[in-house]
Design a protein around this ligand. Structure first.
Ligand code: SIN
Length: 334
């Protein structure tokens, strides 16, 4: 009998202990840890944003929330990080918008070549109703979009000058995990290869691929300009991010913490997006000043040819994305 009572007391004690926390392990005395994993350098807009987020969270939620940032694919690549979010191994990530095709087709709108005139138009679209709704486009898969962060417009590179679409014919281009980008390069009779960001430098250096596309901040910080002879200023597409978490993590947070995190995210987003264009231009200049490659400005006529060659991609994906979404994106250019 004594054994039985002792056993029961131990079980009750353990249960009381469990009730102090929740399924995510939040207890009143232990700070909540947000692991933020990303693949780029700390000097890029996303790297700066992640570090600024950590700084503000640890200032304003001192002792209650701790942020650990893992840059440069130290922890996960962008495919794995999405799984890790649902498993609770990380709590925040900001993959490129091109990498969500497995979870929603709507975000493909951001990959359509030559759709947006400039970063201003993209920002306008992201802030309007359609753009804001897209933050929730993965809600049925357990992900929650928190914000959009810019990197910049992409430039095309190779070891031969790419002035006209015919110049890309037969070349192998590294692309992100995106069906839109695959069709984009197929339109110019090139051969696209999906590779993780961490593999790009080696793939370019060893000739696994002949060319790539990325914004200036990624090009300079990962030294792609040291292994590509020419960069054409195509500005043909957008590379931006969605800051994401999982619904289960977000819903497990105390409401006051969620409110503070929302405010911090809004502040960091404004800072990142305001700085992104300037940063992009600074990195463009650094690439030029390095003397390791040649940056080729394209004429309006040359750009018109690229646009013409790639425009069929829009019709190809319009149904999957939704005509309303494509139209709303287009109208942000006005
Ligand atoms: C990133 O900017 O997060 C990576 C983009 C890429 O995979 O090219």
């Amino acid at each position: 009998m004594l054994k039985y009572i002792l056993g029961l007391s131990l079980v009750m004690l353990a249960m009381t202990g469990c009730n102090k926390g929740d399924s995510e392990g939040h207890t009143s005395d232990k700070p909540i840890t947000i692991k933020f994993s990303h693949v780029v350098a700390e000097s890029t807009p996303k790297g700066i944003g992640a570090n600024r987020f950590k700084e503000l969270v640890e200032q304003r939620l001192e002792g209650r929330v701790k942020v650990e940032v893992y840059p440069n694919s130290q922890l996960y690549d962008d495919n794995k990080v999405m799984e890790a979010l649902l498993l609770g191994d990380v709590q925040m990530a900001a993959p490129s918008l091109a990498k969500f095709g497995k979870y929603t087709k709507k975000l493909q709108v951001f990959d359509l070549p030559f759709l947006f005139n400039d970063l201003k138009a993209i920002e306008k679209f992201q802030l309007d109703e359609t753009g804001r709704d897209l933050l929730g486009s993965m809600s049925d898969t357990g992900y929650r979009g928190l914000a959009y962060w810019h990197n910049g417009l992409k430039q095309m590179s190779a070891n031969k000058p790419l002035r006209n679409p015919e110049d890309a014919k037969g070349l192998k281009f590294r692309i992100q995990q995106s069906d839109v980008l695959q069709v984009q390069f197929e339109q110019v009779e090139a051969s696209p290869q999906k590779l993780a960001f961490a593999e790009v430098y080696n793939a370019l250096q060893t000739g696994v691929v002949d060319g790539a596309e990325n914004p200036w901040a990624n090009i300079y910080s990962k030294k792609f300009h040291e292994v590509q002879k020419y960069f054409s200023e195509t500005n043909h597409g957008y590379l931006g991010y969605m800051l994401v978490t999982s619904d289960s993590f977000w819903n497990s947070l105390p409401e006051d913490i969620r409110t503070e995190l929302d405010a911090i995210i809004a502040e960091v987003t404004a800072e990142v997006n305001e700085e992104a264009y300037k940063l992009s231009m600074d990195y463009r200049q650094k690439v030029i000043d390095s003397g390791r490659t040649e940056v080729l400005p394209l004429t309006d006529e040359e750009l018109a040819k690229w646009r013409e060659a790639m425009k069929p991609v829009w019709a190809h994906f319009e149904e999957e994305i939704g005509k309303d979404v494509v139209d709303a994106a287009l109208s942000s250019n006005e």
